[in-house]
Design a protein around this ligand. Structure first.
Ligand code: NAD
Length: 352
């Protein structure tokens, strides 16, 4: 084996019903006295129950998907005006993304309290959107210093969104198998992520209010994000990144819909990844494993259900082609990418 691997450093505190205690302990450990809490929508109530024991100077709620430059600037200004010394973000990837946008220009530390399975809390990747074009970058300043996971905070996530978000996490695992910096360490994390996510998501669907499935999915989504942060963005993420930014498609559902098509596209050209994934799914092939899981979960199927149209495909191909990773297992051409997107658009059987 020959490889170079980098592990990002962060503390992870995981439990059920333990977020308030863990958060207070982290704030005390960091010696923070002027905390900015970012939480919006459904997470605002949850955040209110977590912050009694910490010194909060600002509760910020102006969060929206795809972090626009305008929203980022407004949040940075609010943080500067209140002289905050720590950001605590409670919510999904959009909330974590806003915290990262502030940290990018201020170096303020972040403690993340995730309530979805997006996994942004475990990566040093930031994303900002300006005039329908999403820019991402890597900077260790945006990596949360600590992550506080509490299964109870995820119980309110509706089943359909839990499935989409969990498949977004699964996409981190699958894409890690052939991403530019893939190596045996992030592949091992990704394979364990697939095992936890596929068994956990089935339990969430059969018993959404029980903690057992949620616990596995939250654990799996962390492994998935660590694998992804280490391996980098593969073909799947490059496709979804363009679709989300240029056509304003919802993040988790787009990942859930595109994933089986990228897997079917690459798997015949990536024997080792195929075998690792098949074994993690407990299935004869990786594509069968994902198809069966998606059927069991009643997963999102067609991009047209989320606003993409046939007219958008040529523009999507044009925007994606320059971003295709050089080491993708299968050579990507405008023609086969067009066919992949058309299959995802209508929810055709992957790979046919
Ligand atoms: P999101 O944060 O927009 O949340 C989706 C919806 O779920 C929102 O309406 C939110 O209010 C609601 N919600 C969140 N938690 C809930 C809960 N526990 N109960 C009920 N409702 C809840 O979406 P997301 O899928 O979590 O994150 C997507 C964003 O994260 C995208 O902008 C994406 O680019 C980014 N992301 C970044 C990285 C990274 O490494 N930088 C990784 C993954 C995702």
């Amino acid at each position: 084996m020959h490889f170079e691997h980098e592990t990002l450093g962060q503390r992870v505190l995981f439990g059920t019903g333990t977020a308030a205690k863990h958060l207070a302990a982290e704030v005390a450990r960091l010696g923070s006295r002027r905390v900015m809490v970012i939480a919006s929508g459904s997470a605002a109530d949850a955040a209110a129950t977590l912050i009694d024991a910490i010194d909060v100077v600002l509760v910020y709620t102006d969060v929206a998907p795809h972090v626009s430059i305008e929203k980022a600037d407004a949040a940075r200004k609010a943080a500067a005006e209140t002289d905050v010394d720590l950001i605590v973000c409670v919510g999904g990837g959009s909330t974590t993304g806003l915290a990262k946008a502030i940290a990018l220009t201020t170096n303020l530390p972040i403690v993340a309290v995730p309530t979805t399975y997006a996994g942004s809390e475990a990566t040093n990747v930031w994303g900002l959107t300006e005039q329908s074009r999403k820019t991402t970058g890597i900077d260790n300043a945006v990596l949360p210093i600590s992550v506080v996971y509490d299964v109870e905070l995820t119980l309110s996530l509706p089943v359909a969104l839990s499935v989409a978000s969990g498949l977004n996490a699964l996409a981190h695992c699958v894409d890690s198998m052939w991403a530019p910096r893939t190596d045996p360490i992030n592949q091992a994390l990704a394979a364990e992520g697939v095992r936890a996510l596929s068994s956990g998501l089935r339990l969430v669907v059969s018993n959404p209010d029980g903690p057992a499935g949620r616990e596995k999915v939250l654990y799996g989504s962390y492994l998935a994000a660590v694998a992804f942060a280490s391996a980098g963005s593969g073909l799947h993420h490059k496709i979804c990144h363009v679709l989300g930014g240029a056509f304003d498609l919802p993040h988790a559902q787009t990942h859930a819909t595109v994933l089986p098509h990228v897997l079917a596209f690459n798997a015949p050209y990536a024997a080792d990844a195929e075998q690792r994934l098949a074994s993690a799914f407990g299935s004869s092939t990786a594509t069968d494993g994902l198809d069966t899981l998606r059927t069991d979960l009643n997963a999102p199927r067609a991009l047209r259900d989320y606003g993409l149209t046939e007219r958008d495909i040529p523009e999507a191909v044009r925007l994606i082609m320059p971003n295709v990773p050089a080491g993708n297992p299968r050579t990507v051409t405008p023609e086969n990418l067009d066919a992949l997107l058309r299959a995802a658009l209508v929810g055709a059987v992957p790979g046919q």
